[in-house]
Design a protein around this ligand. Structure first.
Ligand SMILES: Nc1ncnc2c1ncn2[C@@H]1O[C@H](COP(=O)(O)OP(=O)(O)OP(=O)(O)O)[C@@H](O)[C@H]1O
Length: 255
């Protein structure tokens, strides 16, 4: 069965190729993303962010199809893309953070962009900020927040529309170790109801958060399977790192 037709997949790409000029960033990639947390691993330049850009509808493949929440968006019209966007949450690697907005205003703005009904926006924004332990800072301007706080507001805006698909590009970068632990619980919680796709370079994030892992190498899928299957690959010590190193070799070692 092709992964793009996997009935359990909330999102899937089928034989997608993306080129930037003469560079092939993704080369015939097929992957399905079910409910739960899928970790995307791979060395710098492997194609992780490019794959996330397809899943967020920010980019389209040169070849192949992208199916999101039951809609084939590549072939569909603008309406299909718009309705899908309203049901996706995205945390990009960096987001313009509107320094004069308060945290609450920013999350409400994200709710408006995702077409959350106006009477629900404020409550949903407060609830999302509470879930990332930022309710005390809801009235502070974004320009005055620390890097870790901004990251938490970033997660709040990605979940404010209760999305079925959540895309997180290196969500724990810039967090201190204690914050990272809290984040992992939060991401695991999101994975109970949504398909979460998370790119990361941190083996600990993967070990504590992900149900499934896909490893990309030079634009191709090198591995896809469960955390246990990755750890069971031949390697020194049965960890995420040793399984990953077995797949990508020492030059790909970025974990
Ligand atoms: N807009 C772009 N224009 C040209 N080349 C690009 C563009 N975006 C990405 N690339 C190239 O495509 C390849 C894949 O990049 P991508 O950002 O998807 O990798 P990544 O796995 O997310 O890397 P990292 O771990 O460094 O974030 C790289 O060679 C990159 O230089």
């Amino acid at each position: 069965m092709s992964l793009g037709n996997d009935p359990a997949a909330v999102a899937a790409v089928e034989q997608v190729t993306v080129r930037y000029g003469s560079l092939t960033a993704l080369d015939g990639v097929s992957l399905g993303f079910p409910t739960g947390v899928t970790g995307l691993l791979g060395p710098n330049g492997a194609g992780k962010s490019t794959l996330l850009s397809l899943l967020s509808t920010a980019n389209r493949p040169d070849e192949g199809t992208v199916t999101l929440l039951g809609e084939t968006v590549g072939a569909g019209g603008r309406r299909a893309v718009r309705s899908v966007r309203e049901r996706i949450g995205v945390l990009p690697q960096s987001f313009g953070h509107y320094p004069r907005f308060t945290a609450l205003e920013f999350v409400e703005y994200a709710a408006w962009l995702r077409k959350v009904p106006s009477r629900e926006r404020r409550d949903r924004a407060r609830e999302a900020l509470r879930q990332v332990a930022m309710e005390k800072h809801a009235g502070r301007r974004m320009g005055d927040l620390s890097g870790g706080m901004l990251r938490r507001v970033g997660i709040a805006q990605a979940m404010v529309n209760r999305p079925a698909l959540v895309l997180l590009d290196e969500p724990t970068v810039g967090l201190d170790p204690a914050q990272r632990v809290g984040f992992r619980d939060l991401i695991k919680g999101l994975g109970e109801h949504s398909a979460v796709v998370m790119s990361t370079h941190l083996a600990e994030d993967v070990a504590h958060t992900c149900d499934r892992i896909s490893v990309l190498l030079e634009g191709r899928v090198r591995f896809t399977g469960t955390l246990a299957e990755l750890c069971a690959l031949p390697g020194e010590d049965g960890t995420v790192e040793s399984g990953y190193l077995h797949l990508v070799g020492p030059e790909g070692a970025v974990l």
